[in-house]
Design a protein around this ligand. Sequence first.
Ligand code: RIB
Length: 314
Amino acid sequence: MNRATPKVTVVGSLNIDLVCHAIRRPDKGETIIGDAFDIFTGGKGFNQATAAARLGTEVSLVGSIGSGPFGDLLLTAMKKENINSRFITRRTDIGTGIATIVVEPDGDNSIIVVPRANMALTTADIDAATDCIADADVLLLQLETPIAASEHAAAIAKQHGATVVLNPAPAQPLPDNLLGYVDILTPNQSETELLSGMSVNSHDDARHAAETLRERMVDGEKSAVVLTLGAKGSLMLTETTSELVPALPVQPVDTTGAGDAFSGALATALASGENLQSAVEFANAAGAAAVTVIGATPSMPTRTKVERLLKSKK
Ligand code: RIB
């Protein structure tokens, strides 16, 4: 679709992140003293919507939250980020999703997500957002909301010619029905291993696993697997090419949300009509920018920041 502002619709999760910074993760049965604590908005859906909005896209988020103060925090943040919240359903019987996160000094993180209201998202909620999904250039999905809802949204998007991008995180086995609607899949290394059933220890392994996944996706020229490999970059596999797009070297302080910045930026670039190669370069830079800032939502970069980073590394 050709319009002045590209349009991305995200169907996904909204969480409140409770973040402890500590020297290391506690062992089983152990209590340790942490260094700092933060409360941030989060959830892969919310973070990816925020990334796309900060990068200049018109964004709607379809999701489900509770009626208490955590839900209020997320709605206020959506307003501030200019994300359309019309298709957020508020539930009175269940609380907003929560993530407890431990961040270690090298920026590595461990996360427990308790999905709560996220898992209450229904196909009826998706039906209510049909026009918004049908009108999008890109539909962006993750796996913190029910598969049935994602599959229904993907079917609507495909019917109307939108590109469907699935960030398969957190990893879980995927039905062929859902993958059959996906144009672009963005797994990391461990997600690739779980989804393909193959170990990924080398570039060749990564390519074979990505090929196996691509065979289960939409059959077409634009279908691609973009395997994110952290500091090594992203392996882009299409019908005709297999190419490693290198990462931009940065000093990480917190890797939480790097995959969300990547997926939000990839969706933005594709919705703007960029080809896959330049979309992946842009997304790599957004992921790199994200690891230099503490917190998931706070680290979603602006377009100025991504462009500055791309320029400085040329
Ligand atoms: O990808 C990072 C996100 O994962 C966090 O914001 C947390 O809420 C979990 O969903």
